[in-house]
Design a protein around this ligand. Structure first.
Ligand code: HAM
Length: 421
């Protein structure tokens, strides 16, 4: 039996791990700049939390929930972060004393999707939620934050698509208009959209099927479905963005698959991604806090898909953002087995001085140990041979210049530090 990673999951290996860590580190720095604090929530939650938040007709709830059935209740591996963050926000009264809270999170999400490039069953989100304000300036701020993050990762050539689905009343109005308009045209819709007509009519707007697209683009649904307050909010969001020089495209067909969205919605697309072209998405969800048992609070957030960020980076000229494999400072080499304990003491001395160091534990020849040092990208090799051990010395070979010199053992740390400069 040869075991393989489950379908729709992936192992992150070698230099890719460095790239991931760079993305996480950059994210944490930029979130800090914008005043967000990190939150870590469980990987699974009560299934009802997601059904209530995302909506029982949403694609995630109807098709993609990965459930864990326990004796007492049904749990679900989290398909997204927003519901969990609001649950935690309410459970721990995170608003206390602040009134307005900005949180960010990084971690894996799970959806039982049919896997393809950029669409996994386990994938990772870098997300942010700002809770406690209805201000259109905050919607714009989230998009400014996204552009800073993408810049920080070195991603260019993306597009921000923007729309407003209006408040709950407006959404109902829009659903009514669409149902009426599409009912007698339903033979032209794809099979999925025919069933969406009954259960999830808004999703017909962003169906990728060409026939559905044509039908939708000829509809006059823009007929002022938004109330004056939502229209004015949306205008202000756009104004804030323009003043901050954030380029965006208004996309009247953009709706999001999750029920909690109201008002501003957005999607960040990148041509390098292929058919799964969203790097990230988000929007306002002004009713969710209340829906989950809290006060009436406006909120807005987004999530970026890490695997898709990596695909986008790889689709750009790779050498503009080279990622170096982790290297070690010193590789300790002993010419005879009996010097191993001497080698271990040298190793400990280096590590106690915060110098990354390693040794070979497989009793190999000097040549094989040197090869290993090379493969590990060691900057320096510390050699302990017969002469060195007898005279309480150590030889240091600079792997870049090839120069080798012998020093008294007590000078080890100073000399290594000099060579590493
Ligand atoms: P979402 O659009 O479902 O939004 O996911 C955000 C991003 O996660 C997508 O744009 C995509 O980059 C990535 N993603 C989604 N599904 C997969 C998958 N199966 N494989 C790989 N990547 C994927 C949300 O989850 C919302 N919670 C965002 C949000 C936060 N809205 C408000 N606050």
């Amino acid at each position: 039996m040869v075991y393989k990673a489950p379908r729709g999951t992936s192992d992150i290996l070698g230099t890719e791990v460095c790239l991931w860590n760079k993305i996480f580190q950059t994210s944490r720095e930029i979130f800090k700049l914008f005043g967000f604090t990190e939150i870590i929530t469980p990987i699974f939650e009560d299934s009802r939390l997601f059904i209530r938040s995302l909506g029982d007709t949403s694609e995630i709830v109807t098709k993609q929930m990965l459930n864990i059935q326990t004796k007492e209740k049904s749990l679900t591996l989290r398909p997204e972060g927003t519901a969990s963050i609001i649950r935690a926000y309410l459970e721990h009264h995170l608003d206390k004393g602040r009134g307005f809270t900005k949180l960010f999170y990084i971690g894996p999400m799970f959806r039982g999707e049919r896997p393809q490039k950029g669409r996994l069953r386990q994938f990772n989100h870098i997300g942010a939620e700002a809770i406690g304000s209805y201000s259109p300036a905050l919607d714009a701020e989230m998009l400014v934050l996204i552009t800073r993050l993408l810049e920080g990762f070195g991603i260019s050539g993306y597009e921000i698509n923007l729309n407003s689905v209006g408040c709950q009343k407006d959404k109902e109005k829009l659903k009514g208009i669409l149902k009426k308009e599409l009912e007698n045209k339903k033979s032209g819709l794809c099979e999925d959209c025919r069933s969406r007509l009954k259960k999830n009519v808004l999703r017909i707007l962003d169906c990728k099927n060409e026939a559905c697209r044509d039908l939708v683009q000829n509809l006059d649904f823009q007929l002022q479905f938004r109330c004056s307050s939502c229209s004015s909010h949306f205008e202000q969001v756009k104004e804030h963005l323009s003043r901050q020089d954030i380029k965006f495209k208004e996309l009247p067909y953009l709706v999001r698959g999750l029920d909690y969205y109201t008002g501003t919605v957005f999607e960040i697309n990148h041509a390098g991604l292929g058919s799964q072209d969203a790097l990230g998405a988000g929007g306002r969800y002004d009713n969710l806090v209340k829906e989950l048992g809290g006060p009436d609070l406006g909120a807005v957030g987004f999530a970026l898909g890490v695997e898709r960020l990596i695909i986008a980076l790889e689709s750009q000229a790779r050498d503009t953002h080279p990622v170096k494999q982790d290297t070690i400072d010193v590789f300790v080499v002993v010419t005879k087995d009996e010097f191993l304990s001497e080698g271990l003491l040298t190793l400990a001395k280096l590590r106690n001085n915060k110098i990354c160091a390693d040794i070979d534990y497989t009793n190999r020849s000097l040549k094989a140990q040197m090869r290993r040092a090379n493969n590990e990208n060691a900057h320096i090799v510390a050699i302990l041979g017969e002469d060195e051990v007898k005279a309480d010395k150590v030889s240091l070979k600079d792997m870049q210049t090839g120069k080798q010199e012998t020093y008294p053992s007590e000078q080890l740390i100073d000399k290594v530090k000099e060579l590493l400069k």
